[in-house]
Design a protein around this ligand. Structure first.
Ligand code: NAD
Length: 419
């Protein structure tokens, strides 16, 4: 029992133990690799629009600082707790190491229902959260980014708040900022773009034609919408998408650019079409070539895994598949090609890294260069995962995580234990 105990942390810990067994890591080394270095809980009081005061609980977990600063998103959602944040920080560590980035993993969050606060209250909460975090973060300590429920605007408020306290503009304190405030071209699209790029690579690997193939996307936020858009541009028919308001299905393929415009104006896919409405509970098990879960964690359990009818499972979300489901997928690996989350959605942190580098150097790249370098890193990590999985006959997730864990372990062992 630790302060992190809960279903999402148990999942990250179970996954780690599978890897540690496979790598034969001695028991006395495991806690040093798994347990977060630091965790902070803060109270964020704000004035509500009606004049009352409300207090929201915020968290930040920094998993390890062995390879450089920590890096990770900030989630604003009613389900957020410290265990979930710790699990997400751990996954970020393996992800950054797999991609070869000089970062440890971090994650943060605020327990808040965004449907119940106004834009002014959101700004107050964002600024207060960052202000409470100032003693714990910094461009060379911990660099924040967006995640579920936060966006470029929230990152701009974070950066402005930190900068006001420093007395100078410090763009490199967060990534995922608007381009007008030190952000990079290609960051908004980066995660979804990477998901679609890797799905396309796997389709090529499996000799599946892009044109006329079908895709299904759960979640139509930053990751889901841009993944759907690129898959649509590659010639796939995106036959179904869902978000927290419901789902849409069209066997001829949804008009993704139009749906993105609708979601940008209305905040969700609700109201796009009455005829195309579909049961969201069915979306993950629709027959399709590419399935992209891009919303919540633990949506694919063992029961859903048995029923999946996709050829490629491209995990846009963090932790969408439970360890029980992984056992099912291991048996079905000739039917379902898994691109595990720590590889599949790593385009986001890769381009966040580019943003940080550009901010530190005050030298900005063209979008074409950002995307070319993103694909280069994703392709390298994909190749490494596949070679390892085939050589050791292990599932893709095991191979990807093992590469990440090994890199962190090697750095810890060569640096030694202080003092
Ligand atoms: P977002 O807030 O932009 O979008 C989340 C989407 O999920 C929204 O469309 C929301 O309506 C939908 N959703 C919420 N509950 C749902 C439900 N029950 N069923 C279906 N849809 C539901 O968030 P995002 O940034 O797109 O993040 C999505 C996932 O991708 C998260 O797991 C996040 O950790 C992961 N991720 C994000 C990034 C990034 O760069 N934004 C990078 C890596 C991983």
């Amino acid at each position: 029992m630790t302060v992190y105990s809960g279903p999402v942390f148990e999942m990250a810990a179970n996954q780690f133990n599978v890897i540690a067994n496979y790598l034969e890591i001695p028991m006395d080394e495991r806690d040093r690799l798994l347990m977060p270095k630091r965790a902070v809980t803060v109270s964020c009081p704000i004035h509500r629009d009606d004049g009352t005061t409300a207090v929201f609980e915020g968290y930040r977990v920094q998993h390890h600082l062995t390879l450089g600063p920590t890096k990770g998103g900030t989630r604003f959602a009613p389900t957020v707790d410290i265990g979930e944040v710790a699990a997400l920080a751990i996954w970020m560590s393996w992800k950054c190491a797999l991609a070869g980035l000089p970062y440890g993993g971090a994650k943060g969050g605020v327990n808040v229902d965004l449907s119940k606060i106004s834009r002014r209250e959101l700004e107050a909460l964002s600024r207060r959260y960052m202000q409470e975090m100032i003693p714990f973060v910094g461009p060379h300590t911990d660099v924040m980014a967006p995640d579920m429920g936060t966006n470029e605007q929230v990152m701009a408020w974070f950066m402005d708040t930190y900068s006001m306290y420093q007395g100078q503009t410090v763009t490199e304190i967060v990534t995922g900022k608007p381009v007008s405030s030190g952000g990079t071209l290609g960051r908004r699209e980066a995660t979804g773009r990477g998901v679609a790029h890797l799905a396309k690579r796997v389709m090529k690997e499996l000799s599946i034609n892009l044109s006329g193939s079908t895709a299904v996307v759960q979640g139509f936020g930053n990751v889901g919408s841009y993944a759907a858009l690129d898959l649509h541009h590659f010639g796939l028919k995106v036959i179904a998408v869902s978000d927290h308001t419901g789902a849409l299905f069209d066997e001829r393929g949804l008009d993704i650019p139009a749906l993105m415009r609708h979601a940008a104006t209305h905040g969700s896919i609700a109201g796009f079409s009455n005829q195309l409405q579909f049961d969201p509970a069915q979306i993950l098990t629709l027959p399709c070539e590419v399935l992209v879960p891009a919303a919540l964690e633990r949506v694919i359990d063992a029961g859903v895994a048995e029923k999946l009818r996709c050829r490629v499972l491209a995990e846009g979300a963090n932790g969408p598949t439970t360890p029980d489901a992984d056992l099912v997928l291991e048996k079905r690996q000739d039917e379902v090609f898994l691109i595990p989350d720590i590889l599949c959605n790593s385009g986001g942190v890769v381009v966040s890294y580019f943003e940080w580098v550009q901010d530190l150097q005050q030298l900005f790249w063209e979008e074409e260069e950002v995307t070319r370098r993103e694909y280069q890193i994703l392709d390298r990590a994909f190749d490494q995962m596949l070679v390892r999985a085939r050589a050791d006959k292990v599932p893709h997730r095991t191979a990807a995580m093992a590469i990440g864990v090994e890199k962190v372990r090697a750095a810890k062992n060569t640096r030694g234990l202080f003092p």
